[in-house]
Design a protein around this ligand. Sequence first.
Ligand code: SIN
Length: 564
Amino acid sequence: MNTPLWEARADLVVVGTGVAGLTAALRARELGLRVLVVTKGDQPDGNTRWAQGGVAVVLPGEHDEGDTVDAHVRDTLTAGAGLCDEVAVDAIIAGGPAAVQRLRERGAVFDAARDGRLARTREGGHSAFRVVHAGGDATGAEVERALLAAASDGRVPVLERHIAVDAVRTPLGQVCGLLVLDSHGVPGVLTAPAVLLASGGLGQLYQATSNPEVATGDGLALALRAGAVAADVEFVQFHPTVLYTGRGARGRCPLVTEAVRGEGAVLVDATGARVMRGVHPLEDLAPRDVVAAAITRHMAGAPGGVDDHVFLDATGISDFARRFPTVHAACVTAGVDPAAQPIPVAPAAHFACGGVVSDVDGRTGVTGLYAAGEVARTGLHGANRLASNSLLEGLVVGTRAAEAVAADLALGVLARCTGSAELPVAPVADRDSLQRVMSRYAAIGRDAEGLAVVGSVLDLSTVDRRLDTRELVEDAALTVAARALIAAAAQRTESRGCHVRTDFTERDDVGWRRSQVVRLTPSGQPVLADPVTAGAVAGAGVAGAVAEVVAAVVGGAGFSRGVA
Ligand code: SIN
């Protein structure tokens, strides 16, 4: 049963029911498009609902004088450690206020301060209190609730427990639909001239992550197989503070939002010494990559005999349970009272800063294929995402991608399917071995030898399989994502942002102020495209360099509307 047995049709198929996917689907409906949304789990199962801290945005009338969109842009660029695409950063941050306003009109309710304006908190790397939140620390849950409610008026059909396997393409390589497995594992085709990937990230590459089990990099793998390229995949952000629940924690670990530090908590070790003192001028509110790396280094010294976690002392925060109900509940479940004792925490995989190369309108280098949210690499995050910029990106780029699809349909540049499709065969590694070796050698603190070990273990545990179950689709995606990551990480002989090398500890702005582009060989192996330095595209910066490589890789087809 390798060929599709059923078919459905739409103008736009959206993969994913998180903030980017639902925002795009709703906007596409408003524009009169027939939309079909697919998700491999139940509708609320994605990463969005787990987001805690909030949405970083400078809202007119809601903020203290002195905070500006320009300041938010500057903080984003600083956190991104020299690899952000400044054009993308400007566009996405500037689009934030309108995007948040639209979300509120769709029913999302943010917390209010005593003066009636929106309450705002601060997180690592932010120079101002500009992170709006909901339900205290349940912002993602409220965003997801509001978007699902808006979609459930029946005009946005959602196929649950359907997993996207592969893009359907015309003989010229344009995407014109999606091959999926339904909830019984029966293959079918969703025929559509536009497919938007909003399928989230890849935290399941690692044993411990803040991400739910669905975060297996499916969209990245699908896009690469469809001929798109990815960039910045070596930059996986580790959240500095997930709740430590014992040695060898596995799977999704409860997040302890950075807003807890934003409101005064400090990191200490088992002897009570401050972890961030003297490490960075912003101490506990340094950008996330700095804090996660500092904790990792600190743990290696085993102060007080403890080498796998530190503590977050939040005992000075009054009314912790009301302000941070989600974190409080997780702590209580773990037997910790945050009002009275420091919370045990450790870093865990959290966010893919890189992904499918796409512009701020979601267009990839492949006609008919769009990407938004964590799966996409717009250039907003560079080498390290600024906290709470991801819900914002999903809202802004989700909207813009729907508008881009409508515009491309109106222009008649998208293709209708004529070809057939078959479930692909792809390399699949053993998930447990992959997660173990990635956690050991490709997390915070990598070196050439360890990355080579990852490659060898993947070689030994990989076999070619036909992707005819959800598990195989996910394992194949994790395999591609791991291979892409280690290829890029091994090549990048410096430390920058979330990419920390123990054998190349310094940042090298002369050799490495550039993104690396990954594509897939016909046999399904991720390889790096030819290196291009930012300076090689005079005046065009990193985005220009990426565009140059991408244009070479995809032969320029459809890319005049791409990242450049
Ligand atoms: C947090 O609340 O600390 C996570 C927010 C984010 O990852 O942007």
